[in-house]
Write a protein that binds this ligand. Structure first.
Ligand code: NAD
Length: 484
C-alpha cells in the first residue's frame, strides 16, 4: 500500500520558546519529518521567537544541532536538512517586552495559515496573546497552540481560559495533550467506532474493569523543584490519563468532528465519581543502587508530593455503572510503558473442562513502547493432546498488512502540529473539558492535603507501593505487569 501524505496549506508557524527544550527535542525534529514526508509546503515558514539574542543563521545552526541530537533516522538526510533549515527564521522577542514585535510582523505573510505555538511558561500566555493582538500580528483566523500545564487547579485554569478568550475565540485555541496525537489512540477510535464487534460489548454487561497505566523509569531529577509543586496527579492524571479514560469511555459521537467528540469526552468527565480516600494510593520512590530518592531529587526532605498515584474510580452513567476504572502512573517504575486495558467478564459457564486457568478476553491498547492494539482470544492449542485452551493475542495493528503506511507514522507532536495547520481541533482539549477535569481533580488533592496524607515509599524499579497492588487485590483483580 502506498502512503498518502497530503500536503497541508501554506503556513507561517511562530514558535515562542523556539530555543527551549520542547522546541529542540520535539517540535523542530517533528517538523523536519513532516518536511521529509512531503507534507510541509516548501514555501511555509517556521519562525523561532525567544529571548536568546540570535539571528536566523544562529537559530538554524542551533536547530541543526538539535536534529542531530534528538532526531531519528531522518538525521541522515543532510541535503534535505539544508532545505528545511532554509525555511526557518528567528526573531529575538521578550514576551513581556516591546522589542521585536515589528520585526515579527514584517516576517508574517498574508493569505497563509498563521499559527503561534506558545512553548513557554503559562504565565507568558497572557502577555503573548495581548501583544500578538495589539501589534495586529494575529487575526481572527490565526491559531494558537498552548502547552501543558494548563493551570494547576480549576481557578488558575479558568483564569488562563479567560485570559486567552480576551483575544482569541475557542475555535482558535489548540490546547495540546500529546497523548491524543498517538497513532494508537486514533486507532482505538477506529477499532471502537469502525467495527460492529466491539460496541455491543462496550458496557457494564460485558466489561469487568478497565486499567490505565502510564509508567516511567525516569525520576524527577532536573525538574525536581517544579515537579514537587505539581505531583503525579496534576502532572499526569488530570490531563493524559483522564484524556485516555475519556476516549475509552465516551459514547459514540454523532460524527468524528471536533465538538462532537469533545462534547462526549466532557460528559464522561462530568460523570466521573469522586474517589474515596481508601481508593487512592500515593507514593514516593526510594533511592535505587545508583539513583537518588524522590525527596533528594526534589531537594525537599519534607516533601509530601506524590511521584506515584493509583486510584479506583467509577463513571456514573448507564453504560459504565459498577465498572471500576483503575488508573496508575509513576516515576522510577520497573519499565516505561503506557497501556489501556479493557478486561472483559468471564464466561458465565464454560463447556470445557476446567484447566485451572482463568481465560479472559482482554483488549490492550499500548501507547508505548511498541504502539499497538491486541485482543487476547482463547483458542484451542494447536496439535494433538485433546482440547487444551490457550490465550493468544490477535494483533489489530496490522502493521505488516499495511506496509509502508505505518513506517511513515508521524510522532504525536508532528501529527498535532499538522492538525493545527489543517484547522482540526478534534485531538485538542476544549476549555470546558480542561476545567471539568480540574473540577474533578481539585477535591481529591484538597482531601489528601487536609488529611495530611503521607505518600507511601516504593522501591525504584518496582510496580509502586504495595498498597497499590492491594487496591486491586481487594477487588479480586490484579494489575497487568509493568514490562517493556
Ligand atoms: P525551556 O525552559 O527549555 O524553554 C523555555 C523557552 O521559553 C526558551 O526558548 C526561552 O527563551 C523562552 N522564554 C522564556 N522566557 C521568555 C520570555 N519572557 N519571552 C520570550 N521567550 C521566553 O522550557 P521547555 O521545556 O521548552 O517548555 C516550554 C513549555 O512547554 C513549558 O510551558 C512546559 O511546561 C511545556 N512542556 C514542556 C515539555 C518538555 O518535554 N520540555 C513537555 C510538555 C510541556
Amino acid at each position: 500500500m502506498v502512503s498518502r501524505v497530503i500536503p497541508v496549506e501554506d503556513f507561517d508557524l511562530v514558535i515562542f520558546g523556539g530555543t527551549g527544550d520542547l522546541a529542540r527535542r520535539k517540535i523542530l525534529p517533528g517538523l523536519f519529518r513532516r518536511f521529509l514526508s512531503g507534507q510541509m509546503p516548501s514555501t511555509s515558514r517556521v519562525i523561532g521567537a525567544a529571548r536568546s539574542d540570535l539571528d536566523s543563521d544562529g537559530y538554524r545552526a542551533m536547530i541543526r544541532e538539535a536534529i542531530d541530537e534528538f532526531g531519528g533516522d531522518e538525521k541522515s538526510e543532510t541535503a534535505k536538512l539544508d532545505a528545511f533549515l532554509a525555511q526557518l527564521d528567528y526573531v529575538p522577542i521578550d514576551a513581556m517586552g516591546t522589542g521585536g514585535w515589528s520585526d515579527l510582523s514584517k516576517l508574517m505573510r498574508d493569505g497563509v495559515v498563521k499559527a503561534f505555538y506558545f512553548s513557554v511558561a503559562p504565565s507568558l500566555f497572557g502577555p503573548l496573546a495581548e501583544r500578538l493582538h495589539d501589534h495586529g500580528i494575529a487575526g481572527p483566523d490565526s491559531r494558537i497552540v498552548v502547552e501543558k500545564p494548563f493551570g494547576r487547579d480549576l481557578a488558575s485554569a479558568h483564569e488562563l481560559n479567560a485570559t486567552l478568550a480576551e483575544h482569541f475565540d475557542e475555535r482558535q485555541i489548540y490546547r495540546i495533550d500529546h497523548y491524543l496525537g498517538k497513532e494508537t489512540v486514533q486507532n482505538l477510535m477506529a477499532v471502537r467506532f469502525g467495527n460492529v464487534l466491539f460496541e455491543p460489548l462496550w458496557n457494564n454487561h460485558y466489561v469487568d474493569h478497565i486499567q490505565i497505566t502510564v509508567a516511567e523509569t525516569v525520576g524527577v531529577g532536573g525538574r525536581g523543584a517544579y515537579y514537587d509543586r505539581s505531583g503525579a496527579m496534576r502532572d499526569m492524571v488530570q490531563n493524559h490519563l483522564m484524556q485516555l479514560l475519556c476516549l475509552i469511555a465516551m459514547e459514540p459521537p454523532s460524527e468524528f468532528e471536533a465538538d462532537a467528540v469533545r462534547d462526549e469526552k466532557l460528559k464522561v468527565i462530568r460523570a466521573l465519581q469522586p474517589v474515596e480516600p481508601h481508593h487512592i494510593v500515593r507514593g514516593q520512590y526510594q533511592a535505587g543502587p545508583e539513583t537518588a530518592s524522590y525527596r533528594e531529587d526534589a531537594e525537599n526532605e519534607r516533601s509530601f508530593t506524590e511521584s506515584f498515584i493509583a486510584m479506583r474510580t467509577e463513571i456514573a452513567n448507564w453504560r459504565w455503572a459498577g465498572v471500576p476504572f483503575y488508573m496508575r502512573t509513576g516515576k522510577r517504575l520497573r519499565a516505561r510503558t503506557s497501556e489501556i486495558t479493557v478486561v472483559f467478564k468471564d464466561l458465565g459457564h464454560s463447556i470445557f473442562k476446567d484447566d485451572g486457568v482463568a481465560h479472559h478476553n482482554i483488549l490492550s491498547i499500548r501507547l508505548q513502547p511498541n504502539e499497538g492494539i491486541d485482543l487476547q482470544m482463547t483458542i484451542k492449542e494447536p496439535g494433538p493432546g485433546g482440547m487444551r485452551l490457550v490465550d493468544v493475542p490477535l494483533d489489530l495493528t496490522f502493521a505488516e498488512a499495511l506496509g509502508d503506511t505505518v513506517e511513515d507514522v508521524a510522532d504525536a507532536y508532528e501529527r498535532l502540529i499538522m492538525d493545527v495547520i489543517r484547522g482540526n481541533q478534534t485531538l485538542f482539549m476544549r476549555g470546558d473539558e480542561v476545567e471539568a477535569a480540574w473540577a474533578w481533580t481539585d477535591p481529591l488533592i484538597e482531601g489528601w492535603t487536609a488529611r495530611n496524607d503521607v505518600p507511601k515509599t516504593y522501591e525504584t524499579g518496582s510496580a509502586g507501593p504495595e498498597d497499590a497492588l492491594m487496591l486491586m487485590h481487594r477487588d479480586g483483580r490484579r494489575w497487568r505487569d509493568i514490562k517493556a
